[in-house]
Design a protein around this ligand. Sequence first.
Ligand code: GLN
Length: 191
Amino acid sequence: MAGPLVGVLALQGDFGAHTRMLRALGAGVREVRVPADLEGLQGLVIPGGESTTMTLGIAREGLERPLQDLAASDVPLLGTCAGLIMLDRTHLGVLDVTAERNAFGRQIRSFEADLDLAGITDESGPMRAVFIRAPWVAEHGPDVEVLAAVDGHVVAVRQGDVVAVSFHPEITGDDRLHAAFLDRVRARAGR
Ligand code: GLN
């Protein structure tokens, strides 16, 4: 059986590693650079990178409205690091959260932690999470479920079929977050 077709926003950032991980899990992957690339997608990943550059790329390519329309059609999304920032209230407005950029401080540019992610790592043990100049969720609305926090700071959330995390799940070889994303994609395709 052919895998689902998912997109990875490929304007800037760590999209190649997401593409490889999703393909290894059996998904068809299309890198998204222009609105036409969104046609027929059953899920979309917005990778980490640099959120100002990504915002400019989205504006340049006319992708803001098409991305919002895709999210409004209940297609599962996964945002990581800068991808979480892109989904927040002040960017695409898909998630009812306010992300704070570089929230862990400039002096702590990068660190790792073992995280339990509600509904994703339950039985299988924590996930090694790599944070690189990571944001956190400073504030969120009532429909947002917190999946994980570090030192009391929210670093993983779910709202409907949209999951966003502050860290980089594509670089550790632990594919559970991507596998859970594809499970949501298949579940929606079967509805
Ligand atoms: N600090 C970056 C930003 O604000 C995000 C970092 C990342 O995606 N690794 O855009």
